[in-house]
Design a protein around this ligand. Structure first.
Ligand SMILES: Cc1ncc(COP(=O)(O)O)c(C=O)c1O
Length: 395
């Protein structure tokens, strides 16, 4: 049976061209980039070339890029690094109720350590309430962290507008955005966005796992969170993952070279899913924005009445289809998604959440197969549901 992979928001396959770019750094150029001899210099050149590539696409200077072990580490470093460095100036942090846990759990920990955190509400489509942002930012606000694109429902947050509001209220407050789900699809120019810190993670754009980057605007106060050697200009200790970093830069370069074609392809597949599934199956509701321009091109998300998301995923898997009920981190736990809860989705409906995220290798034929199989799977599960079977007796 042909497998159909529809979980690109969780991770993407490695592009063979990226693997080719990485290979020399996994074999021939194995030197430690911090050493002085020839073997090291080759690795150093690869590392710095990658830094220049990432900086070019983000519209910043190479020295403003710090390589990390992934987006989780970059988010941790952004929040903790800034909070601890600026604690003497203020102890208020603003974020949203729908961030990825690599931001939310850090914010919760900082709260325990004496920082005050405001969690901004979102509307029914997942858009952050800008009025609440304006009200929240005050003279003691040191950092605002708002994600660029929500990973569960695909909402594109108005980052440039949010930055303006924050800087208007308090020019000293720093702005961080987790741009993980935006890379390769949306504008990533940090100057145009106006952000001070921005997170990316390579495996969401056909790069390798275990590598990411944090853009940090020059002169931004930041206390390193990983201590040891002097790598990354003393801001992130540890020998760099040279092959991974070279792969990330190549993947980023390809993503922006091929952006128009890729985005048009994602949108065609996503729109077919978004508009057709509710036609074919009763009790299906789109989650996130209905306006196709205000949701990210690769994510279609729904809530399905009368089923558990996990059950749908398992049944789809048996049919050869890989999907998700939201973020990879919440699946497997019985807790309904914090994102859907913040959007006001009733808990029983939130349990039936489904995220289909498309990618380069998907075809329209695959989408048609999903549209044929999914209603059958859901109807079968609904007919087995104890609630359904009990219903006729109650009437
Ligand atoms: C929005 C967002 N931020 C951060 C992460 C964390 O990425 P990683 O697990 O690769 O560190 C993810 C991964 O799902 C994500 O979607």
């Amino acid at each position: 049976m042909e497998r159909i992979y529809l979980d690109h928001a969780a991770t993407t396959p490695l592009d063979p061209r990226v693997l080719d770019a990485m290979m020399p750094y996994l074999s021939r150029c194995w030197g430690n980039p911090s050493s002085v001899y020839m073997e090291a210099q080759e690795a150093r050149r690869g590392l710095e070339e990658a830094r220049r590539t990432v900086a070019r696409i983000l519209g910043c200077r190479p020295q403003e890029i710090i390589f990390t072990s992934g987006a989780t580490e970059a988010n941790n470093l952004a929040l903790r690094g800034v909070a601890y460095a600026m604690a003497a100036r203020g102890r208020h942090i603003v974020t949203t109720a729908i961030e990825h846990h690599s931001v939310l759990h850090v914010a919760e920990r900082l709260e325990k350590e004496g920082f005050r955190v405001t969690y901004l509400p979102v509307d029914g489509e997942g858009f952050v309430e800008l009025g609440a942002l304006e009200e929240a930012v005050g003279p003691d606000t040191i950092l605002v962290s708002i994600m660029y694109v929500n990973n569960e429902v695909g909402t594109i947050e108005p980052i440039a507008q949010a930055v303006q509001i924050v800087k208007g209220r308090n020019p000293k407050a720093l702005f961080h955005t987790d741009a993980v789900q935006a890379v390769g699809i949306l504008e990533l120019d940090v100057g145009r966005l106006g952000v001070d810190l921005l997170t990316i993670g390579a495996h969401k754009f056909y790069g390798p796992k275990g590598v990411g980057a944090l853009y940090i605007r020059s002169r931004t106060p930041l206390l390193p969170q990983q201590l040891g050697g002097a790598q990354e200009r003393n801001r992130r200790a540890g020998t760099e993952n040279v092959a991974g970093i070279v792969g990330m830069a190549k993947a980023l370069e390809l993503a922006y070279e091929e952006r128009d074609l890729r985005v048009a392809h994602y949108r065609a597949l996503r729109d077919r899913l978004l508009w057709e599934l509710p036609q074919r199956l009763a009790g299906v509701y789109i989650t996130g924005p209905k306006d196709p321009d205000r949701r990210i091109a690769h994510i279609a998300s729904f809530c399905i009445e009368g089923v558990e998301g996990e059950g749908v995923l398992m049944a789809l898997d048996l049919e050869g289809i890989a999907a998700s009920s939201g973020s990879a981190c919440t699946s497997g736990s019985l807790e309904p998604s914090h994102v859907l809860r913040a959007m006001g989705v009733p808990e029983t409906l939130a349990r039936g959440s489904l995220r289909l995220s498309v990618g380069r290798e998907n075809t329209m034929e695959q989408i048609e197969r999903v549209l044929a199989v999914l209603p059958q799977v859901v109807e079968r599960l609904r007919s087995l549901s104890p609630l359904r079977r009990a219903a006729p007796r109650e009437r």
